[in-house]
Design a protein around this ligand. Structure first.
Ligand code: ADP
Ligand code: MG
Length: 471
């Protein structure tokens, strides 16, 4: 093709980009990118929101440059910017739809300063106006035993707002996917019904807008905004702790929405009962619908997540490296993502392939700090020796006291020393279900508190397992 460069449009560059990266990546990051100015010296692109802009800037600038170079046979300067008045006009992102119709003459010569994406969207229901991360979708959420219930509940609510569970309360430690699931619900609802009246905000935003409204005497507007939405999602609701007047306000917001049969979805770093200094009447409301906990992912899920995150970045990481990193990083999913970034970054920077040697170099300090990996077999070994019971007894259905106690101690230790889920632990003891394991943990936890002798035994076993002195 010997088209003169001036005739080359963004559509050509886009096609070239789509050939260079995976379809899923392309759909996620480039679908809504449009051209503002295309010439041999500049390629001005408009992206729908700040999040996408940062992401493209960080991970895809090179891809864009190279694709442009190839197609245009020149080296245009690539600029990424937000729609003019991104926070003021609703239909901006959808109004100009064809990627190839850039109107250079109507574009000011200097790039418009990027306006921040609103964090407190007005209730237009348009996806472009909610501060959503485009990759936080159900498609991109890896499901495992640790988050299966939360995922299923989120999907059910997204499919049938105010019919399945109301409210839906998701809780779990930091970095385990609460925000991802909340935003996945938004994406899903908007895909099904683009005009859904969704208000998604962090609790901090709720608190700050409330205080702002109090100060400026615009409480009526605040209430109109929050109490009439179709769907309300508040992320990190534990932020309400210690904020009495905002709790009061949220209580009324909750009641009005609930009475009007509007879906409410909340996330928190602890269960409703465990949020400190939150009023009982709120706690009880949070428990009205479904409370689902997200646990730390097990090894298998961590591998699946690493794999998916690498694919999203257009990298393939060999299985042995995935397994290695998943073992080294077992805190939360945000850290797993960080590990992928580090791996890909170092490989690119040093022009090396991603392999075990590279992973070992990068994560060596992590491994030294990391305590020995304890397995359930280790625990069973330690306990059968201490109590003189047989492994087959621990795995049997027998319920005599001489077997039940050591079995429960095993379950308790497995819960505190490994990251197996309740279901998985039950599986190691004759296929018992998660409620049995939970009961065992409660029993043993209680006895540890009451019985100093017993507590010492548990502590000793723990130290022994941690130091790996059983082989
Ligand atoms: P939280 O809100 O619980 O602190 P986030 O939702 O922000 O956690 O998740 C942290 C990061 O981990 C995000 O980038 C998110 O996409 C990712 N993540 C969490 N859970 C999953 C999952 N099950 N599958 C894929 N990515 C996940
Ligand atoms: Mg979060």
């Amino acid at each position: 093709m010997s088209e003169p460069p001036s005739q080359v449009s963004w559509a050509n560059v886009r096609d070239e980009i789509s050939r260079r990266i995976k379809k899923q990546q392309f759909d996620t990051w480039f679908r809504r990118v449009e051209a503002r100015e295309v010439s041999s010296s500049r390629l001005d692109l408009e992206v729908p929101n700040e999040f996408i802009r940062e992401w493209l800037q960080k991970y895809y600038l090179d891809t864009i440059r190279k694709a442009a170079e190839d197609v245009m046979r020149s080296r245009p300067q690539v600029t990424l910017r937000l729609p003019e008045g991104a926070s003021a006009t609703a239909s901006d992102a959808s109004a100009s739809s064809s990627a190839s119709t850039a109107h250079p003459s109507s574009v000011p010569a200097l790039p418009v300063p990027a306006s921040p994406v609103r964090t407190d969207p007005m209730r237009s229901g348009a996806e472009a106006r909610l501060p959503l991360n485009p990759s936080y979708t159900f498609d991109h959420f890896v499901v495992g035993p640790s988050n299966r219930l939360a995922h299923a509940a989120a999907l059910a609510v997204a499919e049938a707002p105010a019919q399945a569970y109301n409210p839906l309360f998701l809780h779990g430690a930091v970095g385990l996917g609460k925000t991802h699931l909340l935003q996945a619900i938004c994406h899903h609802m908007l895909a099904r019904a683009p005009r859904t009246d969704i208000l998604y905000l962090s609790c901090e935003t709720f608190v700050n807008s409330f205080i702002g409204a109090l100060k400026s005497g615009s409480l009526d507007a605040f209430r109109r905004r929050h109490r009439t939405v179709g769907v309300l999602l508040v992320d990190d609701i534990h932020f309400l702790a210690n904020k009495e007047s905002t709790q009061e306000e949220f209580f009324h917001t909750f009641n009005e929405l609930f009475d009007a049969n509007r879906q409410i979805i909340l996330s928190s770093d602890s269960s409703p009962m465990d949020i400190p200094t939150i009023e009982d009447r709120l706690v009880s409301r949070f428990k009205w619908g479904l409370v689902a906990r997200i646990d730390k992912p097990n090894l298998e899920t961590r591998v699946a997540i690493l794999k998916q995150k690498a694919e999203l970045r257009g990298s393939e990481i060999p299985d042995e490296v995935l397994a290695f990193v998943a073992k080294a990083v077992d805190t939360n999913i945000r850290e797993l993502e960080g590990a992928v970034t580090k791996l890909i970054g170092s490989a690119t920077l040093t022009a090396r392939r991603i392999n075990l040697a590279l992973a070992r170099e990068i994560f060596s300090d992590l491994l030294i700090e990391k305590r020995r990996h304890i397995t359930i077999e280790d625990i069973q070994g330690a306990i059968t020796a201490r109590y003189s019971v047989k492994l087959s007894d621990l795995q049997s259905k027998r319920r005599s006291k001489s077997v039940t106690l050591p079995r429960q101690v095993c379950m308790f230790l497995a819960r505190s020393l490994t990251d197996y889920s309740l279901e998985e632990i039950g599986g190691y003891f004759g296929g018992r279900d998660h409620t049995t394991v939970m009961y065992a943990c409660d029993q043993i936890g209680g006895r540890v508190k009451r019985d100093a002798e017993f507590a010492r035994m548990v502590e000793e076993t723990t130290v022994q397992l941690r130091s790996g002195s059983r082989g």
